[in-house]
Design a protein around this ligand. Structure first.
Ligand SMILES: NC(=O)c1ccc[n+]([C@@H]2O[C@H](COP(=O)([O-])OP(=O)(O)OC[C@H]3O[C@@H](n4cnc5c(N)ncnc54)[C@H](OP(=O)(O)O)[C@@H]3O)[C@@H](O)[C@H]2O)c1
Length: 323
């Protein structure tokens, strides 16, 4: 590829609504030492992308750029072919099918992307298509909660139909936990298919009043609170959430409990993306983890994909295809 080669990418230079995104021709990046360049075949629009575009919550700007975004192309998940190797890369060969995460620099809403060869990247197991391999982001967030479960423990996952919730059910089952999934009526079959031991319809029943207690309660969609779920918690149970909660209560309570030496309320932040992506590749190869996909958009319609994801109504993952 010549130095002047260009590619299609979705770019933005101001925080705000999806209309701030546009399709542009930009230079194809060159891999530095230790990096690989990948030809992206599929990505996703997820809640990290939509939150980063809107700079929500406001303090996230400390990482993404105070007044203007530091990155100009979003996209955390990728499924791709290795296209070129930077100096010193021995782990991959051009043509290898890989998937992974670019959580710090984003950039996967583009035809090409450079990522560290030692980063959050693993081979796509045989038989899995590119569009079926963009499963990392929601699963990585879910794992930061479910990795605290031990075999035989019980957990309740509220909002088990989103990207994080569908992943959480599968990861909790893979950890040997007993899972109660709480979803809306249209997702009852899905939660059962994912392996939940018990499914509750939050539109028909008050899940906080079922008269049972759990080792872990996970609000995977940011719609309840530790106060509302207090009757569901065993004595030393954990309440974990994906969102700040009403009046930032999850953040405040996490800080308070830490002061007392407890981790009872947590807003777990995902860590060790490289290790997690490698583990996830193993679970996918063993048939223990499958992505749940809502719909796909071509790269050119990424703005539409952002609008849809912002409705908070998607089921699992929304894919961007870049054939
Ligand atoms: N700030 C960040 O960077 C960041 C990153 C990742 C995730 N998050 C947070 O993590 C949460 C989950 O993300 P996600 O991508 O998994 O979500 P998502 O896919 O957008 O979740 C949507 C699902 O939640 C269900 N839902 C909506 N209202 C509900 C309610 N009241 N009770 C139970 N289920 C409900 C919807 O189905 P029904 O309406 O039919 O029930 C839909 O299937 C979000 O709240 C997001 O803010 C934040």
């Amino acid at each position: 590829m010549t130095d002047k080669a260009t590619m299609k990418a979705i770019v933005f230079d101001r925080y705000g609504p999806p209309e701030n995104l546009s399709l542009a021709e930009v230079p194809v990046p060159s891999p530095s030492a230790g990096e690989i360049r990948i030809r992206v075949h599929a990505s996703t629009v997820n809640r990290t992308d939509t939150a980063t575009l809107r700079a929500h919550p406001f303090f996230a700007r400390a990482m993404t750029g105070l007044l203007r975004p530091k990155m100009h192309t979003l996209g955390v998940d990728f499924a791709s072919e290795v296209d070129a190797l930077g100096d010193g890369v021995t782990e991959f060969q051009p043509g290898d099918r890989v998937f992974g995460l670019s959580p710090e620099t984003f950039g996967a809403h583009a035809e090409y992307l450079c990522v560290p060869a030692a980063g959050a990247i693993a081979r796509i197991p045989a038989g899995i298509e590119f569009a079926e391999a963009v499963v990392g982001e929601g699963a990585w967030y879910a794992n930061s909660t479910t990795k605290q479960l031990r075999a035989g423990q019980s957990c309740l996952i509220y909002g088990a139909s989103g990207a994080i919730g569908t992943a959480a059910v599968q990861l909790a089952k893979a950890a040997g936990a007993e899972v109660t999934a709480v979803v809306g009526t249209r997702h009852l079959d899905l939660a059962e298919r994912l392996g939940a031991d018990r499914v509750i319809d939050y539109q028909q029943q008050d899940f906080t009043a079922i008269g049972e207690t759990f080792d872990l309660v996970f609000d995977a969609v940011g719609k309840t609170s530790s106060f509302a779920c207090r009757q569901l918690l065993k004595e030393n149970a954990l309440f974990c959430a994906t969102d700040l909660g009403p009046f930032w209560s999850n953040l405040i309570l996490e800080g308070w409990f830490r002061l007392t030496g407890s981790r009872r309320v947590q807003l777990p932040f995902p860590e060790d993306a490289p290790g997690f992506v490698r583990d996830l590749s193993g679970l996918m190869a063993d048939g223990l983890f499958d992505g749940v996909f809502d719909r796909s958009y071509p790269l050119e319609e990424t703005v539409e994909a952002f609008r849809y994801v912002e409705t908070g109504q998607k089921t699992g993952i929304v894919v961007i295809e870049i054939p």
